[in-house]
Write a protein that binds this ligand. Structure first.
Ligand SMILES: NC(=O)c1ccc[n+]([C@@H]2O[C@H](COP(=O)([O-])OP(=O)(O)OC[C@H]3O[C@@H](n4cnc5c(N)ncnc54)[C@H](O)[C@@H]3O)[C@@H](O)[C@H]2O)c1
Ligand SMILES: O=C(O)[C@H](O)COP(=O)(O)O
Length: 525
C-alpha cells in the first residue's frame, strides 16, 4: 500500500480521502533533518506553509510521486527540484481565496477602528472612549496591488463599503479592471493617492521589497498598509522606521519575512496589528483545500492525472510524448512575445504551421498561453489552468492552423497585443531538437533563445551595429551572439542579441537614443 506523510495540520477530511488509497501518517512539527530521515518511505507528501520542502528533502524522497500543498503558495517548496525529479507538485489555487480576502478586509477595518487595542483595553477593566477614535473607509481610496483571485474579491467587497479602488497589476487588462469597478493605475499614483493599500501579489524578484524606504516616502502620512500575501514583499525594517517616525499611519500584517516571527520591534508598535499567517485559517477554507489536494494525491497514486499540477502538464502520456519538444517551443515563444508586447496583453493569436497544423496539437496553444502568462503568474499557471486564467484576464486567444507553411517541418507563430503594442514571433525546432526564433515582427532571423536577450527595431545603415556593440561594451555587457534581419537594404531591420549578462538599469533608454534605433526591447527567458 502507498504511504502518505502529512507534515502540517490539515482538516481530517483530507486524511479520510487519502486513507482510501494509502497509509497516512500525520507527523507535524518535524525538523528538516527528521523529514529527510523518513521521506524515503513515502509516495506522497501533503503540507501547508509551515513545512519547508528543501532540495535536500526532495532529493531524499526517492519514492515521492507527488507533493500536495493544501493552499495556494508553493514558495515553501523547491518546485524546480521536484520537477527535475519528476515529482508532481499540486496546490489548491482557489480553496482559500475567500478566506484570505476576508482576512485582509478584517485587518483593514480592525486597523481603521483600533479594534484589537480597544478590546484589550476593555478586558483590562478600562473604558477609554476617547483613546480609540477611528477613521471611516467610506469614500476612501483603497490601493489594491495584485488584482488576481484574492485582490479581485477584496476589490469587490471594498467597493460595496463605498471605497474607490485604485488597482495596480501589470498583467490585468483594462476591461477586466473595468468589470471589477477598479481604476487601473501605475504604482506611483497608487502609492500617492491611497488611504489604504492592500497587497495580493505572489513573491517574485519583482515584488520582493516592493514596499520599502523609497516607496514608503511616496505615500500619504495617513496611509495604512495591509499585507496578507507574502512576507518579504514589505521591507520590514523600512516599515518599522516609517511607523515609528509617523511617516505612515499604520499597518496590518499576516505574513512576515521570517515565520514564525522572531524578535521584532513590530511587536512594540501601537499602530500595527499582527496575526500569525491566519489568512487561510477558516473552517471552510481548510475543508476546501484539504479536499482539493487530498483528492489530487489520491488520483495520482491511482495513476490518474492531477487537475492543479503546478509543474507537470496534465496531458495524456502519449500526446505528451509526441508533443514534448514543441510544448517547450510554444511556451518559450509565449514568454518571449508577452515581454515584447509589454505584459498587459488583451489578445494572443496562435498560428500552428506545417505539420503542427493538426487537431492533436491543441496542447501547444495551451503551452503558448502558459508561456504568455508565466511572467505574471509564475508557477501558478499550468497546462490545466492557463486557458481559464487567460479568459479571466480578458485575453482573447485566436487559434489558426496553416498546413501550407513548409519552411520548417512545423513552426509556431504568435502575435500578442499588449501595453507596448502588437508584436509577433515565430519559432521552430531544428532536427537536433534545438529551438530557433525564425521571425520577429515579420523580419526573418535565426537565433536560439537565451537567458538575456536584446531586440532592436532600427534603420539598416552603416555603423549602427558597432554603436550598439560599443554601448553594451561600455556597460561591461558581453554579447554571446548577434543577428540582423531585414527585408530590403537600408530599410527597416531588426537586431537580435543574446547577452551573457542582464542589461543594467538605464541602458535600454541609452540604446533607444542611438540615431537610427526606433525601439529596443529586453527579454529574460
Ligand atoms: N495570508 C494567507 O494565508 C494567504 C492565503 C492565500 C493566498 N495568499 C497569498 O496571496 C497572494 C495572492 O494570491 P491569489 O490567489 O490572489 O493569486 P493570483 O495568482 O490569483 O493573483 C496574483 C496577482 O498578482 C499579479 N502580479 C504578479 N506580479 C505582479 C507585480 N509585480 N505587480 C503587481 N501585480 C502582480 C498577477 O497578475 C495576479 O493577477 C499570493 O502571494 C498567495 O500566496 C496568502
Ligand atoms: O498560500 C497560502 O495558501 C496561504 O499562505 C495559506 O497558508 P497556510 O496553509 O499555511 O495557512
Amino acid at each position: 500500500m502507498a504511504k502518505v506523510l502529512v507534515s502540517d495540520s490539515i482538516d481530517p477530511v483530507g486524511v479520510e480521502i487519502l486513507s482510501q488509497v494509502a497509509q497516512v501518517d500525520v507527523k507535524t512539527g518535524l525538523s528538516a533533518e527528521e523529514i529527510i530521515q523518513i521521506i524515503p518511505e513515502y509516495d506522497a507528501l501533503m503540507l501547508r506553509s509551515s513545512t519547508r520542502v528543501t532540495k535536500e528533502i526532495v532529493e531524499a524522497g526517492s519514492k515521492l510521486q507527488i507533493i500536495g500543498r493544501a493552499g495556494v503558495g508553493v514558495d515553501n517548496i523547491d518546485v524546480p527540484a521536484a520537477t527535475r525529479q519528476g515529482i508532481i507538485v499540486v496546490n489548491s489555487p482557489e480553496g482559500n481565496t475567500i478566506a484570505a480576502a476576508e482576512h485582509a478586509l478584517a485587518m483593514m477595518l480592525s486597523l481603521s477602528r483600533h479594534i484589537p487595542d480597544a478590546n484589550q483595553s476593555v478586558k483590562a477593566n478600562k473604558w477609554e472612549r476617547n483613546r480609540f477614535i477611528g477613521t471611516e473607509v467610506y469614500k476612501k481610496n483603497l490601493g489594491v496591488v495584485g488584482l488576481g483571485k484574492i485582490g479581485s474579491h477584496v476589490a469587490k467587497v471594498a467597493r460595496s463599503l463605498g471605497m474607490k479602488i485604485l488597482a495596480y497589476d501589470p498583467f490585468i487588462s483594462k476591461e477586466r479592471a473595468d468589470q471589477l469597478g477598479c481604476t487601473l493605475v501605475d504604482l506611483e499614483l497608487l502609492f500617492a493617492e491611497s488611504d489604504f493599500i492592500t497587497l495580493h501579489v505572489p513573491k517574485t524578484s519583482e515584488t520582493q521589497h516592493l514596499i520599502g524606504r523609497e516607496t514608503l516616502a511616496k505615500m500619504k502620512p495617513t496611509v495604512r498598509i495591509i499585507n496578507c500575501s507574502r512576507g518579504g514583499i514589505i521591507d520590514e525594517l523600512a516599515l518599522i522606521e516609517a511607523l515609528e517616525s509617523g511617516r505612515i499611519a499604520g499597518a496590518a500584517l499576516d505574513v512576515f519575512e521570517q515565520e514564525p516571527l522572531g524578535e521584532s520591534r513590530l511587536r512594540e508598535l501601537s499602530n500595527v496589528i499582527l496575526t500569525p499567517h491566519l489568512g487561510a485559517s477558516t473552517t471552510e477554507a481548510q475543508v476546501g483545500v484539504a479536499v482539493d489536494v487530498a483528492e489530487q494525491i489520491r488520483d495520482v497514486l491511482l495513476g490518474l492525472p492531477a487537475r492543479s499540477a503546478v509543474n507537470i502538464p496534465g496531458l495524456t502520456p502519449d500526446v505528451m510524448e509526441k508533443l514534448r519538444p514543441y510544448l517547450q517551443l510554444a511556451e518559450t515563444m509565449g514568454n518571449l512575445v508577452s515581454q515584447l508586447a509589454g505584459g498587459r496583453c488583451d489578445s494572443l493569436n496562435v498560428r500552428l504551421q506545417g505539420e503542427l497544423a493538426t487537431k492533436d496539437s491543441q496542447p501547444l496553444v495551451v503551452a503558448a498561453i502558459k508561456g504568455l502568462l508565466s511572467q505574471a503568474l509564475r508557477e501558478r499557471v499550468n497546462y490545466v489552468n492557463a486557458a481559464i486564467e487567460a479568459k479571466e484576464r480578458g485575453i482573447r486567444v485566436i487559434e489558426t492552423r496553416d498546413a501550407s507553411t513548409r519552411d520548417y517541418s512545423g513552426s509556431i507563430h504568435l502575435e500578442a497585443n499588449g501595453s507596448m503594442g502588437t508584436h509577433s514571433v515565430t519559432g521552430a525546432l531544428l532536427s537536433t531538437g534545438e529551438i530557433r526564433i525564425t521571425d520577429l515582427d515579420e523580419f526573418p532571423i535565426n537565433v536560439p533563445p537565451s537567458n538575456h536577450m536584446l531586440f532592436t527595431l532600427h534603420q539598416d545603415m552603416p555603423g549602427i551595429i558597432g554603436k550598439i556593440g560599443a554601448l553594451l561594451g561600455s556597460f561591461n555587457v558581453n554579447i554571446a551572439s548577434m543577428q540582423v534581419g531585414r527585408k530590403i537594404i537600408r530599410g527597416d531591420a531588426v537586431m537580435a542579441l543574446s547577452l551573457d549578462d542582464p542589461l543594467p538599469e538605464g541602458l535600454l533608454s541609452e540604446i533607444t537614443k542611438v540615431p537610427g534605433i526606433r525601439d529596443a526591447y529586453t527579454v529574460k527567458l
